[in-house]
Design a binder for this molecule. Structure first.
Ligand code: ZN
Length: 457
C-alpha cells in the first residue's frame, strides 16, 4: 500500500515511520491517537481521487486532516489508517467582487482567507479562536461556529458550493456560485458537518459579505439571567441587525479570570452575576459608536444592565476579547480539565448553569465549574476542573453534563462535532430514526466504511 501510494504523489508527499510528526497524531481535545499506516499529502484534487481509488479497491481506511484544531478527536487516526492531510492544497483560486465569492482549496488557513478578503474590502464571516491554524476544509467538515454566528450563521451559511472526493475516488464537483439554486437536492450539505465520514472536501466557493466600516465592542455586567435574555432581545430590536456577537460569561468565570489570569484586564468591576461581551458591525463610523453608547445607557435606565463599558480604542477592544478568548494560562493552572460544547433553548440556559454547577460540585466538592459561551446562538461551553483527569472522571462528568442536556432537550454538540469523544452520547440528542438515516447515508456513500471509521457513530 505504501509503495503504491508513493507512486501517486511527489517525493515529499508521503511520510512514514518516524517522519510522521506529532501534529498528525493528536488533536487539541482529549483522547489518544493511534499510529497511522502513513501520511499522504496530495497537491491536487486529482491526486486525492487517485489515493481514494487505490484505498477503496484495497479496503484501506483513510482519515482526512486539516489544521488539527478540533476538540472531539475527529481528525485523529485510531490506528492503521492512511492520514490524508490537505495542508499542501492551500491555494486561493478565484475572487469575484461582483458575485461576492471566493473559491479556495481546503488547506487554506482560515486567517489567510480572512486577510485576503479584508485587503479587498470583504469578509468571510466565520471566525473562531483557532483561526491561525484551522483550515477552510476543516471548518467546512465540522460546520464550525464561533463568535459571529448570531449575525452570519455557521459555516454552512457561508458555503455556496464545494468539491468533494467520494470514497471510491469519484470527484463530485459542485462549485455553485449562486445564492439561489434549487435544482434538486443541495448535495453540499452531505459533506458540511459530516466530519470526513461521507467524502473529502477539496475545494469550496464561499459567500463573502461587505467588510463592516465600523466595529464597536462593549462589556456589560448584569444581575440576573433573565436580564441577559431581555438585554439580548433589546439589542436585537434597537440595533437593526448590527449585532455581531453576544457572548455571556457567568460570574464564576469572571472571578476565575481575576484570580488565575494576571495578564487579562476585565474592564468592569467584579461582583456581577453575569458579564456580556457584545460587538456591533456597522456602516456609519461617525454615528455607530455614539448609538451603541445610547442603547447601553437606555438599557441601564431600564434596569437591565448594572454596569457597562465601551472600548475606546483597538487596543481596548483586543483587551475585552482577550478576557473571553485568552484564558489559557488560567486553564493550565486549574489542572486537568473536562470541557463541553452544548446547546439548548436560550430560556433554559440559566437553569442549565445552576444545575451543572450544583451537580458537579456535589459529585466533586471543591470543583471549579465555569460556564460561558455564545448565548445568542443557544450555545454554551462548560469547563470543569475537579483535580483528576482520568477516563473514569471524564465519564462521570460527561454523564452529569449530557444528562442535564438530555433533560432540557438540548444538543450534546453545538459547534464542535461528535468525533470519538461524544459518540456515546449521540443518542441523547438524536432519535433512533435520525441515527438510522445517518447510517443509511453512510452505507450508501461509503459502502466499505473506509472514510474516517470509528467517528460520529
Ligand atoms: Zn465556541
Amino acid at each position: 500500500m505504501i509503495e503504491a501510494l508513493r507512486q501517486l504523489v511527489d517525493s515529499s508527499g508521503l511520510l512514514t515511520g518516524t517522519d510522521i510528526g506529532e501534529r498528525y497524531l493528536k488533536t487539541r481535545g482529549y483522547g489518544t491517537a493511534g499510529i497511522p499506516l502513513c501520511v499522504v499529502r496530495p497537491k491536487s484534487t486529482a491526486e486525492v481521487s487517485n489515493i481514494l481509488k487505490l484505498c477503496h479497491v484495497h479496503g484501506q481506511t483513510v482519515v482526512a486532516q486539516g489544521g488539527m484544531t478540533g476538540l472531539v478527536g475527529g481528525g485523529a487516526p485510531l490506528g492503521g489508517e492512511v492520514v490524508l492531510s490537505l495542508e499542501r492544497m492551500n491555494k486561493i483560486e478565484e475572487f469575484d467582487a461582483d458575485g461576492r465569492t471566493l473559491t479556495a482549496q481546503s488547506g487554506v488557513v482560515l486567517q489567510a482567507a480572512h486577510e485576503y478578503c479584508d485587503q479587498r474590502g470583504f469578509m468571510l464571516p466565520l471566525d473562531l479562536g483557532a483561526r491561525g491554524s484551522a483550515t477552510l476544509g476543516g471548518v467546512i467538515s465540522t460546520n464550525a461556529g464561533g463568535v459571529r454566528v448570531i449575525r452570519y450563521g455557521m459555516m454552512r451559511e457561508s458555503v455556496l458550493g464545494l468539491e468533494a472526493v467520494m470514497a471510491d475516488g469519484t470527484v463530485m464537483t459542485s462549485l455553485n456560485k449562486m445564492l439561489k439554486n434549487n435544482a434538486g437536492y443541495d448535495l453540499k450539505h452531505l459533506f458540511i458537518g459530516s466530519e470526513g465520514t461521507l467524502g473529502i472536501v477539496t475545494r469550496a466557493v464561499f459567500r463573502l459579505r461587505p467588510k463592516p466600516k465600523s466595529i464597536n465592542t462593549a462589556f456589560a455586567g448584569l444581575a440576573r439571567f433573565e436580564d441577559t435574555v431581555a438585554f439580548l432581545a433589546y439589542l436585537e430590536s434597537t440595533l437593526g441587525g448590527e449585532l455581531g456577537s453576544f457572548e455571556v460569561m457567568w460570574g464564576a468565570y469572571d472571578e476565575f479570570v481575576r484570580q488565575r489570569c494576571p495578564s487579562l484586564r476585565p474592564p468592569l468591576n467584579a461582583g456581577q452575576a453575569f458579564y456580556v461581551l457584545l460587538e456591533t458591525l456597522g456602516n456609519d463610523p461617525a454615528r455607530d459608536g455614539a448609538h451603541l453608547e445610547e442603547v447601553l445607557a437606555n438599557a441601564m435606565e431600564k434596569g437591565l444592565v448594572a454596569d457597562a463599558a465601551v472600548a475606546q480604542s483597538e487596543q481596548q477592544r483586543a483587551a475585552f476579547w482577550a478576557v473571553r478568548e485568552n484564558a489559557g494560562e488560567g486553564y493550565r493552572a486549574l489542572g486537568p480539565l473536562c470541557a463541553y460544547d452544548v446547546s439548548m433553548p436560550i430560556r433554559s440556559m440559566g437553569d442549565f448553569g445552576e444545575r451543572v454547577d450544583a451537580s458537579i460540585g456535589k459529585a466533586y466538592p471543591g470543583a471549579t465549574t465555569l460556564v460561558l459561551g455564545h448565548m445568542g446562538d443557544g450555545n454554551l461551553h462548560v469547563v470543569a476542573a475537579v483535580g483528576s483527569g482520568t477516563p473514569e472522571t471524564h465519564k462521570r462528568i460527561d454523564d452529569i453534563v449530557y444528562g442535564i442536556i438530555r433533560d432540557l432537550g438540548g444538543s450534546v454538540s453545538a459547534e464542535h462535532g461528535i468525533g470519538t469523544v461524544k459518540k456515546d452520547y449521540l443518542a441523547y440528542s438524536r432519535t433512533p430514526e435520525e441515527i438510522a438515516l445517518m447510517r443509511m447515508l453512510k452505507r450508501t456513500l461509503d459502502p466499505k466504511g473506509i472514510l474516517n471509521p470509528g467517528k460520529v457513530f
